[in-house]
Design a protein around this ligand. Structure first.
Ligand SMILES: [Fe+2]
Ligand SMILES: [Fe+2]
Length: 267
């Protein structure tokens, strides 16, 4: 059973999103903002998938993990939805409308997947997404990006969200293994899902780059190289997310957000 704490946390996003400051690395920042823009659609899709899965999961521990996973994702996307207003506000109306149209397109895809695709497909999509994001989150943790998340647009939202992504990294995998377990299917649909998802990140990032009068370039930092290395390991037949090495900072961040959630609940 995964050790998952559901923390009800709400962040204030008082600061405007400033993208034209000289210290902003647009190659890294725009995809991150694109990721935020997908969250109010992707995470509810994962939650719908887990809700359907729960009806057929026969292992009570796997079912409990799926429930906690969904509750964490629910708190994530609610914060991102508020932050996303700040992202759109950083652009003119025309660009904000273009971003909205991409949001409508991704939402239509995910609603279609929930209605028309098999549970097997949707769970494999969930695991493909989780394996990829967890690789990125672990690379961010290793390279100090989560520790210094207050420097990013959206601030601590990233430290909390990515630490919880690492915390619940085994759930989609375990649900997939419990219901299906085919390595070939995990890799085939998982890879398809990652391409599908990354295309949207690119569309969002390209749209924002154009509005800023620049071209989207590929981020090439040691953190991005580590994310790629970690991602490649998820493709091995022997991969299990419980066995990946987790940097100590993740536990420290989770403890910090335990306290924050507890004081929010007490106030
Ligand atoms: Fe999440
Ligand atoms: Fe997740």
């Amino acid at each position: 059973m995964a050790d998952i704490t559901v923390r009800k946390i709400r962040f204030d996003f008082d600061d405007p999103v400033e993208l034209l400051e000289p210290d902003v690395d647009l190659a890294s920042t725009l995809p991150l903002l694109g990721l935020s823009l997908t969250m109010p659609y992707l995470e509810p899709y994962l939650m719908r998938t887990m809700k359907t899965a729960q009806k057929v999961i026969t292992d009570p521990q796997v079912a409990e993990d799926a429930k906690n996973f969904s509750q964490q994702e629910g708190h994530h996307f609610r914060n991102h939805a508020v932050f996303n207003e700040k992202i759109r506000d950083a652009f003119d109306e025309g660009t904000a409308a273009k971003l909205r149209r991409i949001e409508d397109a991704i939402e239509a895809d995910y609603q279609r997947f929930t209605r028309g695709k098999s549970l097997r497909f949707n769970v494999a999509y969930a695991e493909g997404f989780e394996a990829m994001t967890c690789s990125g989150a672990l690379a961010m943790a290793t390279h100090g990006t989560l520790e210094s998340a207050s420097m990013l647009p959206g601030g601590e939202l990233w430290a909390w969200h990515m630490a919880e992504e690492i915390e619940h990294r085994t759930v989609a995998f375990d649900v997939f293994e419990h219901l299906d377990g085919s390595y070939l299917y995990r890799i085939t649909v998982g890879t398809w899902s990652q391409i599908h998802y990354l295309r949207y990140i690119n569309r969002f990032a390209r749209c924002m780059a154009e509005a800023l009068g620049t071209r989207l370039t590929r981020p090439r930092t040691p953190m991005h190289r580590e994310a790629a290395r970690r991602y490649l390991r998820t493709l091995r037949p022997s991969y299990h997310p419980s066995e990946v090495e987790v940097p100590a900072i993740v536990g420290q961040l989770l403890a910090r957000y335990d306290q924050r959630a507890a004081s929010a609940a007490a106030s």
